[in-house]
Design a protein around this ligand. Structure first.
Ligand SMILES: [Zn+2]
Length: 213
């Protein structure tokens, strides 16, 4: 049998002798009473943009779904496999989260791939290519913008994609109804992995505003 990665074993030992000691009681209560997270976060799989780390959240606080480029697909009850929609359904209908945050981030590989006209499928399935089709209309428009630098195009699509996901969130009847009743709030955020800045989407202008430290 192959060895389990040593760095993870060491990390687990550190967790058990450190953080777990502090949070043992919290884990016990959560195990007893079940989870009641207040917030659903839709985040990217990117190893540099972990919501629990960025928001300094403990166990039981955040219900997190991570996928390539932190996207929410539109409501499509078509009998196919929809993992993000399943997580969303559970968070909203069963856990009754009060807030949903779509959190994008800088230097997102998925967004970069969507902007690359020469991107080749990584495998015959081309799952990323298909998935990134969710933002293909905006990507095509931005690709053709020669007055922007590559970095500006990338940041623009990262943020447009967040707005696109928020629009898709509202195609889910349960989300739409609860938001209209004031029981659910939807937010956009963008995390700059280069310097740790968090930018929050203004709900009115839909511009991203840097959070003051
Ligand atoms: Zn990403």
């Amino acid at each position: 049998m192959k060895r389990f990665p040593t760095s993870l074993l060491n990390g687990y030992r550190n967790f058990m002798s450190g953080r777990y000691v502090d949070e043992r009681e919290r884990y016990r209560v959560l195990a007893d009473q079940g989870q009641k997270p207040h917030t659903l976060v839709v985040a990217c799989c990117d190893s540099r943009a972990a919501p629990e780390t960025i928001f300094d959240a403990g166990p039981g606080e955040l219900f997190v779904v991570r996928n390539v480029a932190n996207m929410v697909p539109p409501y499509e009850p078509d009998g196919q496999y929809h993992s993000t929609s399943a997580a969303l359904e559970f968070a909203v209908q069963a856990l009754r989260v009060k807030d949903i945050i779509v959190m994008g981030h800088g230097r997102c590989g998925g967004i970069r791939a969507a902007l690359d006209p020469n991107a080749e499928p990584l495998s015959p399935g081309d799952f990323i290519g298909k998935w990134m089709g969710l933002v293909s209309t905006a990507a095509e428009q931005i690709q053709g913008n020669s007055v922007m630098t590559a970095t500006e195009r990338q940041t623009a699509l990262e943020r447009i994609s967040i707005r696109n996901s928020i629009a898709n969130l509202r195609t889910f009847p349960c989300v739409k109804i609860l938001e209209e009743r004031g029981k659910l709030q939807i937010h956009g955020a963008w995390f700059d992995i280069a310097n740790g800045e968090l930018w929050i989407m203004d709900p009115d202008s839909r511009d991203f505003v840097r959070l003051e430290g």
